[in-house]
Design a protein around this ligand. Structure first.
Ligand code: ZN
Length: 428
């Protein structure tokens, strides 16, 4: 009879290997469009474990009309997903998807990192590197949970899909492509780095680009021109006023009722002008805005367009030459696991609670998050409860990103116990 202690010990036995695999994976600079070598690494890891692997290029035509699709600029020539499948001999238990994203956000100016972002190092129980926490430690935990069971001569007694997807950080179209390809299960687990809490709800996200026109003149005659860069400031202010309105208590969804500022608007990129002594003829900036679960994307777009138009009123030139808004990148609805009252969701949450309690010695905390994850594809479009539960990490999207290795160990142990309970076990 295999006990929980046996399973936790098996994770311990393989942990040095797991850290080495995480380190190697983190060394792949898998920013958008550059994920191929990291995906090849994942495919090799899955194949080495004896899983059948499906490694394919995302085709836009197959997903662009599906609910949950986010518009993109350019093609998906380089966008590859990897899904490995464990096929059990018996089907005693329930099937499972263990999902993670391989894409990482840019490192930013490298001078601000203590050591280079794609040369991982371990210091005092933390592994440093861009993507180490968000979320390559999760990808490693998913695989090593299965490896720990194999170490004991066991395997899940139900189908398990391990997914390594692209595009999580900008559209979610990688997870959507898995859904389109037919991957389904009774539950999904996504070890995003939220410090071993269960994510009860996540916000939605809209990305958009605003293009402002100006009237170029020599700066000597600036009064005759219109400065497209300076005209952006009142538009920013108008958008932030919209942000304040959306965050007011009466707009909040139940999971965020006590959160003063769950929805954040970020002016994330800006470009404009051609010459220092020319009044700039153009300015383009890109914005990320959060939404509550249940908030309609169409209504949100309408309100955003109105806020941009209002901000443009400050400039006489823009009144006659209105800003142009392009919607590309995230068109992500919010998702609340807490609102899923199905028996399957209750059972999955219960199983994770037990697994976490066994490893951590305390109850599983539930928390809403002010970011989005791929959970929405399973939860909203796949009718599959999606549990977001992963290790503790710091400075994700910042400098010196790092993941707590001991926390990765606990999450791997909890995942292995969760699999044992949810899928059942059979001999390998
Ligand atoms: Zn992430």
């Amino acid at each position: 009879m295999t006990t929980a202690t046996d399973i936790m010990n098996a994770v311990d036995a393989l942990f040095d290997d797991q850290v080495a695999a995480l380190s190697e994976l983190t060394a792949h600079a898998s920013t958008r469009g550059q994920e191929q070598s990291a995906q090849a690494f994942m495919a090799r890891q899955y194949a080495d474990h004896g899983l059948s692997t499906d490694h394919w290029r995302i085709e836009l035509e197959r997903i662009r009309n599906l609910p949950g699709f986010s518009p993109v600029i350019g093609d998906y020539e380089d966008a590859q997903n990897v899904v490995a499948t464990h096929q059990s001999r018996s089907t005693k238990g329930r099937s499972l998807i263990l999902n993670g994203h391989i894409d990482v956000v840019p490192a930013g100016p490298e001078d601000f990192w203590t050591t280079p972002p794609f040369q991982p190092r371990i210091d005092d129980g933390w592994l440093y590197g861009r993507g180490a926490g968000d979320m390559k430690a999760g990808l490693a935990a998913n695989l090593y949970a299965l490896k720990a069971l194999r170490h004991l001569g066991l395997q899940p007694a139900a189908t398990v899909h391990l997914q390594s997807v692209v595009e999580e950080e900008c559209t979610g179209n990688g997870a959507l492509a898995c859904l389109e390809r037919g991957y389904r299960a009774d539950a999904a687990l996504i070890p995003e780095p939220f410090a071993e809490t269960l994510v009860s709800a996540q916000v939605g996200v809209l990305w958009f680009q605003v293009r402002l026109a100006g009237l170029p003149t020599h700066v000597a005659y600036a009064a005759e021109g219109a400065n497209a860069i300076e005209a952006a400031q009142p538009v920013f202010e108008s958008l932030h006023r919209l942000e304040s309105r959306w965050n007011q208590p009466r707009h909040r969804s139940p999971d965020f009722a006590h959160h003063d500022h769950a929805l954040n608007l970020n002016i994330g990129r800006i470009e404009g002008g051609d010459w220092t002594s020319s009044v700039p003829a153009w300015c383009v900036f890109e914005v990320r805005m959060g939404l509550f679960p249940g908030q309609s994307l169409d209504d949100a777009r309408e309100e955003i367009a109105a806020a941009v138009a209002e901000g443009a009123q400050a400039s006489a030139f823009l009144r006659d030459n209105p800003p142009r808004i392009t919607w590309h990148g995230f068109a992500a609805e919010g998702y609340a696991l807490s609102q899923d009252r199905s028996a399957t969701a209750m059972a999955a949450i219960g199983a994770l609670e037990t697994a976490h309690q066994t490893v951590a010695g305390g109850p599983l905390e539930r928390k809403p998050i002010t970011a989005t994850t791929d959970a929405r594809f399973f939860g909203i479009y796949g009718q599959t409860p999606a549990l977001v539960y992963g290790p503790k990490a710091e400075n994700i999207h910042g400098f010196d990103e790092r993941v707590d290795l001991d926390s990765m160990r606990c999450v791997t142990q909890a995942t292995a116990l969760f699999i044992a309970d949810w899928c059942g076990l059979e001999s390998a």
